[in-house]
Design a protein. Sequence first.
Lengths: 292, 276, 436
Amino acid sequence: MKGEKWNYLYLLPAILCCLFVLIYPLFYNLQMSFREVTFVTLTRGGSPWVGLSNYRSTVHNPVFLRVLFNTLVFWLGSVTVQFVLGFLLALLFSKSFPLNYFYRALVLLPWFIPLTVSGTVFKWFFSGETGLINSLLLGMGLISKPIPWLTSPRLAIYTATLANIWLGIPFNFIMLFTGLQAIPIELYESARVEGAREWQLVRYITVPLLKPTIFLTLVLGSIFTIKVFDIVWVLTGGGPGEASHILTTWAYSLAWQRFRFGEHASVIGVTMLLISILGCLLLFVRRHWRAE
Amino acid sequence: MRREKRARLIRFVVATVFVVLISIPLYFAIIAGMMELSEIARRPPYLFPPNPTLTYYRQIAPLMTRPLLNSFLIGICIACITVCLAPLVGYGLAKLRLREEVKGAVLGLIFLLQLLPGVSMVTPLFLVFYKLGLINNLWSVIVAIAAGQVPFVSLILATYMASGIPNELIESAYIDGASSLRAFRSIVLPLARPALATAWLLSFMAGWGDLLLSMCFVQNKSLYPASVAMMAYTTSYGTQWNLLMAAATLYALPPVFVALVAGRQLASGLLSGAIK
Amino acid sequence: MRRIVVALILCGLIGLIGFSAASAKTTLTFVSYFDVSPEATWPAAAAHWMMADKFMKANPDVEIQFLFVTFGELVPQVVRWTMTGELPDIVALDNPDVLHAAAAGVYYDLTPLVQQWGQWDDFYAGVKHALTYQDQIVALLPGTNNVALYYRKDIFRQYGLTPPRTWKELLDVCALLSEKLAGTGMYPLGVAATNTEELTWQFEPFLWSNGGSLLELDKPEAIAALELWVELFQKGYVPQDALTWGQGADPFIGGQVAMMINGPWILPLVREAGLEYGIVPIPAPSEGRKVVVPMGGETLGISSTIQADKVAIAWKYFTFFVEPENMAEFCTRAGYVPTRKSALPLVVAKDPELEPFATQAVSSLPRPPMGGDKLYTEVSAIARKYIQLALAGELTAKDAFAHAASEIRALFPTDQAYQDAVAKARRLLEEVASGS
């Protein structure tokens, strides 16, 4: 084919973009994780090289396991429920009904509302006796005492996960809905003609054809969830008493509350490692899919 | 026919319930903009404003016009840049016969880009843009965000193109003597419209929703987008909730319209008779 | 294709907008975490504008351009600016951050200017400590704040109560209010116990007034202070929600609490809410003991990267700002209290309700030297982590502070460094707490 070598140029924009916003920040963070960086050396330079010492402190930190646990809970809880809800919504919206267009834009609301605002509103919802959720549950007689959503060191992370689910629905919805548009209508029609029922259509046509999109949504969704910072920070600040820190909030507190920049960078490094492992695992799963 | 109508009605009710549930936080933001601070602070919270007033909305609206315009410009520029560049990459990854190793490497690079949390990127990017002399110019924000969006959106487009655009169409175009570029323009792009609409919306929102980069890269208050301008109403000593929520409501509404427009492109196949 | 054209046009537009018009005036850039503008509504922001406006009217060839960064991002952004070597001309950092900023080379040395000026000794002792780094004066403090006890006069009148002056009286009043207010949804007392510096800052008055130190939390004085707070939480005098509260006025003006520990910055909001309120100093551990509070307030500093010919005009602004009359005007507008003796009577005359804060400010202490200087932010983070755990009922006060104390001790590289820091904190406390 003529000019096949030029076809590599199509990939150039992505390569350039990645190099521009990736290489320097990645390098910057990685090298910072191998140095002992204090406030003064951060600005004036001259941070000494300490090898893996920061990573060692991070791993030996008594809070580390808790942070990992919290991150895991946050990730699994968010991604699974967000995905299911987004998928159901995508299926629902792919059929016509009145106000379909309008509602489709409203479903994206969690995206549009600034995080400071939605974080605060959720804080109001989850507050003590008089927060909306506790009032409802008490009023309906489902509980007898108000639930300490945000003030219990044990519960706080689950509450943050709940709020994050709300935040993540638009992304899942729009990815899966877009993916649904790629499936030719004729497939459904011919299957219907042969007498297939709705759920069979979903199981045997939609899901298999949607697999690449599902895979992408889960992977990207997971990556974004692990990188989430704002909602947890606004809701709990990592508290009470560091009980609800996830990797990102812990990293931030190490940097700007304790001024331990090297350790901060090492936690970021651990986060990146985690995401990479996740990505590899999912790629492995995908190859298994492909083989089917 | 009646069964069909009933099914539509059921879907409508379910969708309405869901939309109402998901909008609850916005509802509270809207009414908070209509209350006094002491009313907002009352517990249990008011479900309706006891003495609704538009004073705060009226106070905020003129102050938010320029910032909202800035947000728009940022969002649109990022979206346009991304939608110009990302489809090329998506096409290359999904449809072109390139060496698997190269594709794998690019995918790996894109994946690598997703690893860094945004918070960690501000300082290094600030230093880079300072060297480029772009600090205090909205361009720094646009380029930084667009550069982050292009790879990410390429993935989405590639996934869509891989499954949604039959290879046979492209093959037949090649047989007819078309170049890859021609195939791209006349076959792939039109068929990828839903994904392009999504891509546009995602990149627009990336720009619209940005707070950190705009605040740190730009030091001219007239250039601040709405996300930053809103933060004037919250300080370490407390927050003026009514002003903040009023500003937030004004800030949340334009994206709804953008989403409606993008939504038209997204499911243009939907209303053309066929029901999936 | 059309898209590209549209994009290019927009690009051009933005390129235009990006350039600010060159002016013949001398421009001073001023960064703070208040959004200062003519339309500013937050009292401190409006007060800053008022001062700048007054100065600019008196000096028409000067323009002060305000930059805004949110509270959480100001220190990181100052770090970034320092790394590029181009800071805004005037930097208004929160006073505990001055130490780190000075060490990082953010500030222009003001010492010769201050000495020439000759008004340094009019400032309170604690203030002078806060603004000095390694014998250099690096910034000025135009206004300060601290916390006192707000209470609802109408409720106190209803139950025949007088505002508490000691810890015992506080507990008694709370017990009575708890009983009387049961079922109304109102709690006796509110504090800011969220997981930020706000918690340490609200706890410090109790800690320091009792002779305790952040560096010796396992001593009885410190534990007693924590036990007071734990009792307040466990007996339900303070709602558990306070673990998520900051220092906003909301719980008080919303009627959730009958008393609240808060600062003068909420005074304008409290007045606007139309409540019947009173303000008294923080309750002391016992009758006659002095209340020692931490020092709040944003500083004014000239950055080290300022152009040499602008230093004079920046300093002129500073001296203008802290002139007693101007300071008094700034404080009453912003809800702050003065930092120098000659401004004190002016402020109290203008706004008598600021009196408790103003008096407490005379003996207020800067926080970093009380907690290991550079290590203060970490000390504070550890302290409040364990305070929260104790308040949430996870640990007893004694255990919590035992853990905290050992973790804090471990922060110091040598035992000598630790002992030095402890001695320094004790010295400062004595300097201020002696006398009544």
